[in-house]
Design a binder for this molecule. Structure first.
Ligand SMILES: Cc1cc2nc3c(=O)[nH]c(=O)nc-3n(C[C@H](O)[C@H](O)[C@H](O)COP(=O)(O)O)c2cc1C
Length: 299
């Protein structure tokens, strides 16, 4: 019996552990490495035009996780699509997209669909908290977010995930996105926060504030998954602060079909291998597949 294999919107995942967007930057080589052990990998968010992002410092490592304001630094979609032709496809690829209007998201989907020869998915970034007019700000407008999902869905046969934030009115937003055709909801992106240097007495990040990730946000993201499981029919992908196999199980029990892992990769690139091995041991010991455990906390 393959204890960890799972299905997500028609994608076959060898395990429910997905690389979250951004932590590995836009390097296809890094995606290939992680794909050896991860169930799927999500790229750094990419838009129509190249973006430089903010100047350093852009990432702070503090005691409960990271705070980042990278500013969606990425190559232009057409260039990135060329680079992704080197993806080995050992695990399904999810392309994270950022943009400002439904029309832009439609174009982005068309660029990647026409360039890539393999089946893949998209994740619409409605939740990055530190770029004006994109990400989180789109997610605050439920109608616009639904139009974006509809535009993306109408241009592709591939699954479309919508990534939202615990800072949103996430139940209403997720319900509207489900109605608009989203195939899954990813929750959560980073949550707004900052750090001040007590010597200079000034904010550490060049952007002043950024997004908090890692263990600090785990209980918040977990509650979002638990709440959404009762409200939507489509799969939920839990994300926020996962570092151990116990964390993964909590998200699965709360109702996540799969989970995404970001900051933990910053500390160890082997994290997918070790989480996978621990989950195999757990499911074997309990003689159940991981998918049977989804939502167990609600029974
Ligand atoms: C350095 C860094 C860059 C990130 N870049 C993106 C991004 O481009 N798009 C996105 O949707 N999320 C991005 N995220 C958010 C992560 O995908 C994830 O949602 C968040 O970090 C919470 O998960 P974690 O606690 O496991 O890190 C980034 C996070 C970090 C730390």
């Amino acid at each position: 019996m393959n204890y960890l294999q799972t299905e997500l919107c028609g994608l076959k995942l060898k395990n429910p552990l997905i690389l979250a967007s951004g932590v590995m930057g836009s390097s296809v080589h890094s995606l290939n490495l992680i794909a050896q052990d991860a169930g799927a990998v999500v790229t750094k968010s990419v838009g129509i035009e190249a973006r430089e992002g903010y100047r350093n410092p852009t990432v702070i490592n503090w005691k409960c996780g990271l705070i980042n304001a990278v500013g969606l630094a990425s190559p232009a979609a057409k260039d990135f699509a060329e680079q992704l032709k080197d993806y080995t496809n050992e695990s399904p690829l999810v392309i994270s997209l950022y943009g400002y209007t439904p029309e832009e998201f439609r174009k982005l989907v068309e660029i990647f669909d026409s360039a890539l020869p393999f089946h893949h998915a998209y994740e619409i970034n409605l939740s990055c908290p530190h770029v004006s007019g994109a990400g989180y700000e789109l997610g605050k407008d439920v109608g616009l977010s639904a139009d974006i999902v509809e535009a993306a869905k109408s241009s592709t046969e591939n699954p479309v995930f919508a990534k939202i934030s615990a800072m949103h009115d996430y139940i209403n937003l997720a319900k509207a996105l489900e109605k608009a055709g989203a195939d899954a909801i990813t929750i959560s992106n980073t949550l707004r926060g900052m750090k001040i240097n007590i010597i200079s007495r000034k904010p550490v990040l060049s952007n002043i504030s950024g997004g908090v990730s890692g263990p600090a946000i785990k209980p918040i993201a977990l509650k979002c998954v638990y709440d959404l499981y009762k409200e939507v029919e489509i799969p939920i992908i839990g994300c926020g602060g996962i570092t151990s196999f116990e964390d993964v199980l909590e998200f699965i029990f709360a109702g996540a079909t799969a989970v995404q892992i970001g900051s933990a990769v910053y500390y160890s690139r082997r994290v997918f291998y070790s989480l996978k091995e621990s989950l195999i041991a757990y499911t074997r010991a309990h003689d159940c597949s991981i998918s049977e455990l989804v939502g167990a906390a609600h029974d």
